[in-house]
Design a binder for this molecule. Structure first.
Ligand SMILES: Cc1cc2nc3c(=O)[nH]c(=O)nc-3n(C[C@H](O)[C@H](O)[C@H](O)COP(=O)(O)OP(=O)(O)OC[C@H]3O[C@@H](n4cnc5c(N)ncnc54)[C@H](O)[C@@H]3O)c2cc1C
Length: 377
């Protein structure tokens, strides 16, 4: 047992060392200097190129099976690499939805055809994916989605509108939740489909965010055909599939990346306010909470083999880091550090969305109350 643990520990240390060296060699100084200030087309080019580099370097799909192009490692390596990449200020690849949401969902519920067709292009960076869940009238209450998938010969015709669809303009495929049965009861009337974003009937209207970024859009589907083989799970099982997608979205990999970003913001803020003053107590309290986020990531990773315990840790983690980041950037804006004003302005605006995407804080708290603490509805 001791020997096995030592071998495992040595392999982990080697993995970290190799990854650190690879990142030092591959994250360009140009990106480090100019990130956050690049033209959108240039940023998109760099992010797409990063996906290809990760694949060539053997760092895409670390926890996915080797037969589908992954590395056959575990969540611990995935999280370790996420932390090192964030520290090295590596670009966030365009393929994140494909890698974090689509790939694990297909591993859990996909057919052999779906796994062998879609996983490898996701990992190589050839195919970018988006997530078509939210609608103008359906966000927190995801089970009420109205976008319809009507049965036709050989598949479905999708009609309706999705909104806040991140990366849709660059996407080849969409992981789409649609209502496939008007008469079935709630939670049994949805299906998860793999929709071709280049098919006839797809129209995309970009939306500009308060931070200036234009990474999401409203996406319209006018009788877009989806073949039978692109249905994930059974027809009517969409809610169950969506829960797998959301569990991955709120998971430890996102948590660790955010931890590193928040840690860096915290260090910068401490640097800005090195004189003792009235904000010092607040800073110290925030500083401790940053490290509690790190502990919560480790807790989630240590529970990876117990699906329910993992989900509970991941849910608490999402609320922790998103609210902490907002408090931190609010304090930074209030203290108005003159040297890094542009940075804090950007982070303040960007952090506003963190308590909304992947499920709002209110919804997360409802779920924690009911499913983690067992409180009555
Ligand atoms: C940056 C960003 C990227 C996103 N990317 C995607 C994407 O790629 N794909 C996608 O499908 N979606 C995406 N979203 C959408 C996101 O998932 C939704 O915004 C979110 O689920 C909330 O839904 P909503 O905006 O419709 O708000 P609503 O559901 O209308 O909620 C409005 C307010 O009411 C509160 N509320 C609602 N119901 C309850 C309740 N039962 N109890 C207590 N409070 C409640 C909410 O917490 C919120 O404060 C993205 C959002 C953002 C901000």
């Amino acid at each position: 047992m001791v020997a096995a643990t030592t071998v495992e520990g040595a392999a982990r240390s080697r993995f970290r060392r190799d990854a650190e060296a690879w990142l030092a060699e591959n994250v360009s100084e140009y990106w480090r200097q100019h990130r956050g200030a690049l033209e959108e087309a240039e940023e998109t080019r760099i992010r797409a190129e990063w996906d290809r580099k990760l694949y060539q370097g053997g760092y895409a799909g670390l926890s996915l099976p080797v037969e589908y192009g992954g590395q056959g490692l575990g969540l611990a390596e995935e999280v370790a690499f996420g932390e090192l990449a964030a520290r090295a200020q590596a670009p966030d690849g365009l393929g994140r939805i494909g890698k974090i949401l689509t790939a694990p969902t297909l591993i859990a519920h996909g057919t052999e055809y779906q796994k062998s067709t879609y996983l490898q292009p996701i990992l190589s960076g050839e195919h970018v994916w988006c997530q078509g869940f939210s609608e103008p009238g359906s966000g927190s209450d995801l089970a009420s989605v109205a976008c319809s998938a009507r049965r036709v010969d050989g598949g479905f015709l999708v009609r309706g509108t999705k909104t806040w669809t991140s990366f849709s303009r660059h996407s080849h495929r969409c992981l789409l939740l649609a209502r496939s049965d008007e008469s079935a009861p709630r939670y049994r009337n949805l299906s998860l489909l793999l929709l071709d974003m280049h098919a006839s009937g797809v129209e995309i209207s970009p939306i500009q965010q308060i931070s200036g970024s234009r990474h999401f859009s409203e996406t319209h589907f006018d009788d877009v055909f989806v073949a039978e083989e692109d249905l994930v799970g059974e027809e009517g099982e969409g809610w169950k599939m969506a829960m797998t997608v959301l569990a991955n979205e709120r998971g430890a990999v996102e948590g660790i990346t955010r931890y590193v970003e928040i840690r860096a913001d915290m260090d910068l803020l401490l640097e800005c306010c090195s004189q003792p003053g009235e904000a010092m107590e607040q800073l110290e309290s925030l500083n401790i909470r940053v490290e509690i986020v790190r502990t919560q990531v480790s807790k989630a990773v240590s529970r990876q083999d117990d699906e329910v315990a993992f989900l509970r840790s991941a849910m608490v983690l999402k609320v922790m880091w998103s609210e902490l980041w907002q408090e931190l950037t609010s304090l930074a804006a209030k203290l108005s550090c003159p040297v890094h004003r542009a940075h804090w302005r950007h982070q303040y605006l960007e952090s506003r969305s963190a308590t909304i995407y992947s499920g709002t804080s209110e919804i997360q708290r409802n779920i924690i109350a009911e499913r983690v603490l067992g409180l009555p509805k």
